[in-house]
Structure formats: C-alpha cells, structure tokens
Design a protein around this ligand. Structure first.
Ligand code: GLU
Length: 466
C-alpha cells in the first residue's frame, strides 16, 4: 500500500446525490489507482439535519456503485472529545481565543459596517482580551493572520489565492461547546492523514480558512482538487427539476451500476475520444489532472446509451438476477414459465433499461396474453386461421426447437404453403406476444418452448373461430 490516503466525507442530510457519487468515485479511483487507502467519513455534526436513514442511503448507494472503503465509516458525532482537545490546544497556544461578544452585539456591528459600506467581518473586539471569564457564554475563534496571502495549487482549477485580510477570525467552537464545520474537517483530514482532498467546488471558499488551520496546528496541508458541479440541460445546477438526482433512483429506473460509474466519470473526465470504460480501465487510466475545469452537463440520453451498451454486454444470467425484482413489481413470478436467462437473451438488444426489459418480458409470463387491438385487427384475420392451425401441427412434429431448427421448420412451412414470410410472421407474433413489436420469432418460440408455443397458437386459432 502506498501512503496515498483519500476520503469521501458526505453529510447525511439526504440521499446520495449523483454529484456526491461522482466525488466519491473520483476519490475511490485515485485511491485504487495509486494503491492507496480510501476512507469513508460521515459528517454528521449537524445533528438537526443528519439522519440514520440518510447514512443508510449513502452506504447503499456506495455499495451499489461498488465503491468499497478501506477505513471507516467514521462518524464525526463520535469524535467530539477529539475536537475539544484540539480547541484546548489552540487556546493554550494562543492561536485561538474566547470571544464573549453576544449575537446582538455582532449583529449591530454588522449592520453598522454595512451602512458604512465596509465588509462585515468580526472586528476583533475579543482578540486581545487579557481577562478571561469562564462564567460568561463564549465562542472560540481562530486567531487568523490578517495580512498576507493564502494560496494553493488546485489539481483541477489551478492556482487559487485569497487575501488573508478577507478572512474572518473563524468560530471553531460555538457557545454550546460544539465545534464548527471547517474546524472538524481539518482535524479529521489532518489526523486521518489525508493526502489529497477531492471535493465539490462549493468548498473552494472554505479552503484558505482550512489551510490556515493546518498551518496553525502544524500539520502538512493536503493537496486539493475541487470538482466542478453538475448542471442540468439548462445550465443551472442539477436539481430535481431536471429529473432524478439520487443515485438509487437510477437503480430503480433500471440502470446498471457499471453504466452509472462510466457515465459519472465521463461527466467531467475524459481520455481521448473513448466513451466506454470498464472499472479496470478506469483504475488504470484515471487521473485527477484530466478532470475538466468547467461544469459537466447531465445528459440522460447518453446515460441511456451507455446503459444499453452494458445491457448488451452483460451475461443473461446476471441480468436475469437483476431483473427479478422488476418482474415481481409487475406481478410476475419468473420461477414459473420460461427460463429467465433465455428470455433476457431475446430482449438484450432492444432494452435500454431493466424497466424496458421487464416490460418487454411480461408477455412470456402471462398465461393469457391480451392482444393489442390494432395489431389483432390487422393480423389475426380469418385468412390466417388455417395457417396458424397448420403451423401448430408443423411445430408439434418438429423435434429440434433450437434457433436453427426452428428457422429450418419455418422456411419449410412457408415453402410448403407457397407463401411469403410477411404473410405469416405478424400473425405469429401477435399470437405469441400479443403485439408485433417483439423480439425475433425464433427467439420467442425457443424461449417459450414447444408446449407454450402450441398453446398460444391454438388459442389464437380459437380466438379466430369465435
Ligand atoms: N461534508 C461536506 C459535504 O457533504 C464535504 C466536505 C469536504 O469534502 O471537505 O459537502
């Protein structure tokens, strides 16, 4: 193992968002590529907004995407004593101070600054207080330098610099004794030995404050890579208005995890013109430097295209397993009826999602398929009755129900009757599948098997005889 250490640090206040999943994926890929360690840390210090349900949803999303972690999950809510110790240390070293200003005083000064056209920031009233008063409520502020520049070379965005003058004396501990966000992130990243922080670019403004804390604490500053956000087609930040934003919603819509991974990584990262990347390819080829500086636009059509690709590539056995819950949801018990992998094989070419595949598979498992009205009116016509009846006999006598055996039997049948395939095919499709948009006839017959094929053909004959 190398000493590269990366982490994903979600706040459990909702489901795993596609943006968060992409951040997790970039961290995971870099850790795997460099033989490093990937850590999962749950940032649940905001007790009011954090829920166990959300933690579960995040873990489930990570698992679905195959993003396994080597250490954790660590919960910030269990680390309060650690943070307290660091606050004490900074106080003892004079790098932090107690601030007794009340919220009302701060608000009044803020308003005055605004009126005078000054930037509202803490005015330093308590910065150099000599007397301390343990009985009065206080917050703890970090004694930040007010001159100079704090800069870092972001691995994605390039050099970013802030004037320290712009930065406030950050509150690191609230009056109720709880530590604040920017502080705990630094303590965790420092004590967990994180070497590269990959996170959303909404954290860029936090970075200089965090760097000053690392320096004050005497820890090495990690490298930073701020990933641009994901936009919807209208170039505004991706939100529910654009469709699903939860990773698990994509599973429920019938996407395969490898399609999601491939899609998410390409949303911002590229490697020449290549579009298709297996997990192994990604682990070999991914570099954080090749992530683009500008925001990626979420394109559902491209995700569908990738999903279709992976559905075509997957083994029927695996897809069959993944398809079961979708079929159950539709009232189908796939353990009765044709072999599911066989059914899947007939649908892979034509299904972009597992939902489409499940819908396409229904006719195989319905004992009484209903005929599409328009298709039946057009193709189940009296003239086809004798053809369907004798086809049933022909197939009854056919010993070879393999694809090639069936093809031969159908060709022979057409020649015997002196007809064209077009005069027979649509009626057979409607008889077997209910409509004409179906997989190939030989595939369907092969999957249904002899008994069920004959039953369906004879049912169509009976329907025509009515
Ligand atoms: N918990 C933060 C978030 O969910 C991430 C903080 C970080 O990665 O430094 O946005």
């Amino acid at each position: 193992m190398s000493d590269v250490r990366l982490r994903f640090a979600p706040s459990p206040t909702g489901y795993l968002h596609v943006g968060g999943a992409r951040t997790a994926l970039f961290n995971w890929l870099l850790a795997r590529k460099q033989g490093g360690t990937f850590i999962l840390r749950i940032e649940d210090t905001d007790v009011a907004r954090s829920t166990q349900e959300s933690v579960d949803a995040i873990l489930q999303g990570m698992e679905w995407l195959g993003l396994d972690w080597d250490e954790g999950p660590f919960y910030q809510s269990e680390r309060f004593p650690v943070y307290r110790e660091f606050v004490e240390r900074l106080l003892a070293e004079g790098k932090a101070y107690r601030c007794y200003c009340t919220p009302e005083e701060l608000e009044a000064r803020r308003e005055q600054a605004m009126r005078e056209g000054r930037k509202p920031k803490y005015d330093g009233t308590c910065r150099d207080l000599v007397t301390q008063d343990a009985d009065r409520p206080f917050v703890v502020r970090f004694r930040a330098p007010h001159e100079g520049v704090t800069a870092f070379d972001d691995l994605i965005k390039g050099r970013i610099a802030f004037n320290n003058e712009e930065l406030d004396d950050l509150i690191i501990q609230r009056s109720d004794g709880t530590p604040t966000y920017n502080f705990v992130v630094v303590i965790d990243d420092a004590t967990m030995g994180i070497t590269t922080v990959i996170r959303g670019d909404d954290h860029i403004n936090n970075t200089p404050r965090q760097i000053l804390l690392y320096e004050a604490l005497g820890y090495p500053v990690p490298r930073f890579a701020h990933v641009p956000m994901i936009l919807g087609a209208d170039k505004t930040r991706l939100s529910k208005r654009h469709g699903a934003t939860s990773v698990m919603a994509y599973r429920d819509m019938g996407f395969l995890p490898e399609a999601m991974v491939n899609y998410l990584v390409r949303l911002g990262w590229s490697h020449g013109d290549e579009e298709i990347f297996s997990r192994q390819d990604l682990v070999e080829k991914f570099t954080i430097e090749a992530v683009g500086k500008s925001a990626g636009v979420f394109n559902p059509d491209k995700l569908l295209w990738l999903n279709h690709h992976y559905i075509k590539e997957s083994s029927p056995e695996r897809l069959a397993e993944l398809l079961v819950p979708f079929l159950r949801e539709r009232g189908v018990d796939p353990s009765t009826g044709p072999s599911l992998p066989q059914v899947v094989k007939t649908l892979q070419e034509r299904s972009r999602t597992l939902v489409e595949m499940a819908d396409g598979a229904l006719f195989y498992y319905r004992s009484e398929i209903s005929y599409d009205e328009e298709a039946a009116a057009k193709h189940l016509v009296p003239g086809t009755l004798p053809l369907l009846a004798s086809l049933a006999e022909k197939l009854d006598a056919c010993a070879d129900f393999s694809h090639s055996g069936l093809e031969a039997a159908f060709k022979e049948f057409i020649a015997e009757k002196g007809i064209k395939f077009g005069q027979l095919g649509p009626a057979v499709r409607v008889s077997l599948c209910g409509g004409t948009a179906s997989p190939g006839i030989y595939e369907v017959v092969e999957a249904l098997g002899k008994d069920e094929t004959l039953r369906r053909l004879r049912r169509a004959v009976a329907y025509l005889e009515q």
